[in-house]
Design a protein around this ligand. Sequence first.
Ligand code: MG
Length: 369
Amino acid sequence: MKITRISVYHRDLPLEHPYWLSGGRLKFEVLDATFVRIDTDDGLTGWGEGTPWGHTYVAAHGPGIRAGIETMAPFILGLDPRRVTDVERAMDLALPGHLYAKAPIDMACWDIAGQAAGLPIADLMGGGSRNPAPIASSVGAKSVEETRQVLDRYRARGYWVHSVKVGGDVERDIERIRDVEAHRPRGERVLYDVNRAWTRQQAIRVMKATEDLGAMFEQPGETLDDIAAIRALHSAPVSVDESLVTLQDAVRIARDGLAEVFGIKLNRVGGLTKARRIRDIALAHGIDCYVMATGGSVLADTEALHLAATIPDQHLLGVWACQDMITAEIAGGRGPRNDHGHLRLPEAPGLGVAPDEEALGEPVAVYGG
Ligand code: MG
């Protein structure tokens, strides 16, 4: 089987509400999405998506995905999409770095490989759990009262895993964390996501002041060096998200004991082929995982769900449904949808969901015949 054509689509995905991160430093209103269709000489077609969370969240650029694919396309055409590692190597040779630009190609290849094998991607990767995966809520930076209200709204919809965004103001962060923990039902899982907003002194002050609560913090500093520098000064469990990009990052975090949780975002780490190695580093070191899309439609959510399903349920802390935060619908309501705060793995071979091409408009680029 050979890749004969790569078609690239660009679509803006507006967020239902403006979204602030990192203590209000970063604002987002629309996501720049790239959809990729790969055709083969066998007649099989695969779909990929690359949707960074805006241009400012991490070093990933929507237009850069389309430029990267233009550079890589001549090296990908003619390859067998089922041989995902061959495609990965070709992309890494053609364009070092730029992992976010490779993720949608990788995703489309896995979609085709799954269809060719007659298996959902998760089963092709070795076996996927059919237990519904808990979706983590996303609670934007708010006051104590607003945080309570937003959490209650999520709880009413079946959510029991929450990502509460903190960062920016030390006193307010401590107050909000104490209030959330005081009202948290038993068994509910809350992650306080700093999104890099704290300096080292801010991180130490909040993490020390809440030490009695056993709260877990995500990305409490800008870099792995920051997270390492304060490691011995607090006792809180830590999740690394934005600073987990490469396999080498994963090895360092595991070896140096910098975190107890990996936040694996598929687009950031370069797709399923690279993410599954990061997953293995985590599981080999007693590190649990959140697995999420960086952003995007039901396609991106579903890709993340497949990887999440390959992680034993007790080590998977949650997934995400970015589809609930955008107003555009590109798959006619098909694919895994939020079912009372959970996503269910599709049983169809491959990814298990494809977009409506009318919803994507004309391709902005076509490579191959
Ligand atoms: Mg995060």
